[in-house]
Design a binder for this molecule. Structure first.
Ligand SMILES: Nc1ncnc2c1ncn2[C@@H]1O[C@H](COP(=O)(O)OP(=O)(O)OP(=O)(O)O)[C@@H](O)[C@H]1O
Ligand SMILES: [Mg+2]
Length: 221
């Protein structure tokens, strides 16, 4: 589903060169892979390249076997909307919208009618166990519930790949494991690929594959 080939993306600040260096990995459809490594090891940088948010300095990004790095910003933007879903550490929900409206938002951007968006969003919220919380705004939900809304929102448009940056970092330990379990089950059921950056042992323990980064390089390659 996702293949990264020798990705290099570096930042030079104050004479020091940091980022990721020649990282290769692949994530199969229906599986959840974790990108593990200490703070500053390059996890977010690599997710941004995989998510077509940043072009690599060198190397190739393939989605479903098609080379997509090097496309124009407009083409990358269209691919992001159509094929990718994102989940962030801080949930990134719109505070004035309820769970259903938050989940509908990207669907409406994708061109679904309001009725279609409502149906798909409610179905996805039910899958993440929030059928009874559709009218709750983020401030009226627990952290774990907010993150499940974010997962429903990321999956509502049927993406082929979901990228999640430390999705359990703002949850207490008891909620991190179950959230990962949910993502792994959804990956299998929907055939979606997940790439999750995390240093949470509860997350790493539930992955189908683990890629370890240190100082911007694959440790286990
Ligand atoms: N915009 C930027 N400008 C300069 N340096 C950057 C920039 N973004 C990242 N870096 C550097 O690249 C390296 C990798 O950062 P990155 O954010 O990918 O790490 P990370 O593994 O996600 O860390 P954390 O676990 O703390 O989120 C770090 O040394 C960081 O300082
Ligand atoms: Mg990071």
């Amino acid at each position: 589903m996702l293949e990264l080939r020798a990705i290099t993306r570096t930042y030079t600040l104050g004479g020091e060169r940091a980022g990721v260096f020649e990282v290769s990995l692949s994530v199969a459809a229906g599986t959840l892979a974790v990108l593990a490594g200490p703070s500053g090891s390059g996890k977010t940088t690599l997710l941004q390249v995989a998510g077509l948010l940043e072009p690599p300095d060198d190397g190739e990004v393939l989605l479903e076997g098609v080379l997509v790095s090097g496309l124009s910003e407009k083409a990358r933007c269209a691919l992001r909307l159509e094929k990718l879903g994102f989940v962030f550490q801080s949930f990134n929900l719109v505070p004035v919208l309820d769970a259903l409206e938050n989940t509908m938002l990207p669907l409406q951007l994708q061109g679904f009618t309001e009725a279609q968006a409502r149906d798909r969003a409610s179905e996805m919220l039910a899958r993440v166990g929030l059928a009874d919380r559709l009218a709750h705004r983020p401030g009226q939900l627990s952290g774990g519930q907010q993150q499940r809304v974010a997962i429903a929102r990321a999956l509502a448009g049927s993406p082929r790949l979901v990228l999640a940056d430390e999705p359990t970092a703002n949850l207490d330990h008891a909620h991190g494991g179950p959230l990962l379990e949910l993502m792994a089950v959804l990956a299998r059921e929907l055939g979606t690929a997940f790439l999750v950056a995390s240093h949470d042992p509860a997350v790493i323990g539930r992955a189908d594959a683990v890629f370890r980064l240190e100082d911007g390089r694959r440790l286990d390659a």
